[in-house]
Design a protein around this ligand. Structure first.
Ligand code: OOG
Ligand code: NI
Length: 459
């Protein structure tokens, strides 16, 4: 008997969550806070989601160093029915990296378990320092973050049409988790670590360890402002601004905030004595929470990006509270009722038939399209589609907030910033799904169902 991939993903995500709770106890506190808030808000939230889905909902993040690592991670996630969606160019924020997110891509699979992993790949060609580039490359080609047993399971799955039996699945989960676990002995010497960290802390985090440690797991909250307050009340050191759009009546895209990375014990090899280890610390892993809203169409996203840029420009030099006030004022230009967001084509929706329409009424189409009439007379309901992806500037803000806790001086000089989606796809040996095609497809399928149920053409 083969294991269902969504069940495998749910088991994998639960095992990862248990591992991370043991590794980073702060994460267990985050889960507590978020679940308390979600239980109290579930009835009143305007974004449709079941409490079961919310309780299980997480995303994680890993940072990889080589094409081989990314390709193999792609094979692991494929067994979990997680596919690469979207391209994120982090060089726009001065980071020598690009990313994609692995996640389920059918509504049924997402409903069963929406686990996703933001996966970053180093772009060594963007590093200005040749010395750092060579050292990081030497460390990366030497390491192997996948166990032999894991590689055997991936081959077994390939020979079984991409499936595993129950016994194989449990070996697979145990072995795959090692790749994401924290390894207390570094792969590099203390000097190599110091050199790379001086160049950029992220470079040291990617290159000096024996695993691709998961660097955070993020629960989804229905109200991030409430959750952030609860966390500060419990004494956690939160980032001073929430990334993404300001608080609104109708949530859109993604709002995220994080908690500073912890200092963790790690030992390094030394040049002096091959057998000796020196104890030290590394800061990389942190807590993060997020609130998800409606997915934006390209028109909605253009408006969002323009307003984000405007509020960024207007808040230069201001403190966090002042910058939040500026963003709130600037974002007043973004419509904030579900009706206006839908009718102005700013969000994606799933359309559902609610009752049989009044035919006579439908013939008299004034300005409104047939779809808008059907919505207006209550025959069709427009349900906003939740944004299942990430935001490059928000991701960069999360990266940065965790760098500031480190001793290094912050900005890295990178060469020729600019996207290289083909480079990421070549490394992965898979094509990335375009986010707009995905949301557009979900919306279109629902329109086709309405059309055939009501015998009208609204596609
Ligand atoms: C990834 C940061 C991005 C998000 O939620 O946008 C991210 C990282 O720090 O490796 O997780
Ligand atoms: Ni994250």
């Amino acid at each position: 008997m083969h294991v269902d991939k969504s069940n495998l993903r749910a088991d994998f995500a639960a095992a990862m969550s248990a591992m991370y709770k043991a590794e980073v106890p702060l994460y267990a506190d985050l889960i507590d806070i978020v679940q308390g808030i979600n239980r109290s808000l579930i009835g009143s939230s305007s974004i449709a989601s079941s409490l079961e889905r919310l309780a299980a909902e997480r995303h994680g993040a890993i940072r990889l160093g080589t094409a081989h690592e990314l390709h193999t991670i792609g094979r692991i996630f494929k067994l979990l029915d997680m596919h690469p969606v979207g391209y994120y160019d982090l060089s726009v924020a001065g980071l020598p990296m690009h990313a994609t997110a692995f996640r389920p891509i059918t509504i049924t699979s997402l409903e069963k378990n929406p686990f996703r992993v933001f996966t970053t790949l180093l772009r060594p060609e963007l590093l200005s320092s040749q010395k750092a580039r060579e050292l990081s490359n030497a460390l990366l080609i030497r390491r192997n973050i996948f166990s032999d047993a894991l590689m055997r399971m991936l081959d077994t799955a390939d020979s079984q049409d991409g499936h595993l039996t129950e016994d194989q699945a449990s070996v697979f989960i145990t072995e795959a988790l090692r790749t994401f676990s924290w390894q207390p002995v570094a792969a590099s010497t203390d000097k190599e670590y110091a050199l790379l960290k001086e160049e950029h802390p992220i470079l040291a985090d990617i290159s000096c360890f024996k695993s691709a440690h998961i660097n955070h797991l993020t629960p989804r909250t229905l109200d991030i402002s409430l959750a952030q307050k609860a966390m500060v009340d419990r004494g956690m050191r939160a980032k001073d601004r929430i990334e993404g759009p300001p608080a609104r009546i109708c949530p859109i895209l993604l709002r995220q905030t994080s908690f500073l990375a912890l200092e963790e014990q790690v030992s390094f090899h030394t040049d002096a004595d091959a057998d000796a280890l020196v104890p030290s610390t590394h800061t990389a892993r942190f807590g993060e929470i997020e609130q998800r809203g409606a997915a934006l169409t390209p028109a909605g996203r253009d408006l969002y990006d323009a307003l984000l840029a405007e509020s960024g420009a207007k808040s230069a030099g201001l403190d966090a509270a002042q910058a939040d006030a500026v963003a709130k004022r600037v974002f007043a230009a973004f419509p904030d009722t579900w009706e206006s967001l839908q009718s102005q084509n700013l969000i994606y929706c799933r359309y559902l038939v609610k009752k049989k329409p009044d035919q006579v009424h439908m013939q008299k189409s004034g300005h409104a399209t047939i779809l808008q009439q059907l919505i207006a007379d209550g025959s069709v309901e427009a349900v906003p589609i939740t944004y299942e992806d990430f935001l490059p500037f928000s991701a960069a803000g999360i990266f940065r907030s965790n760098l500031s806790a480190s001793s290094s001086n912050g900005d890295l000089s990178i060469q020729k910033p600019g996207p290289d989606q083909a480079g990421l796809e070549n490394a992965l040996q898979m094509t990335l799904l375009d986010i707009y095609e995905w949301y557009g497809g979900v919306q279109q399928t629902s329109l086709e169902a309405v059309s055939s149920a009501l015998k009208v053409n609204i596609t």
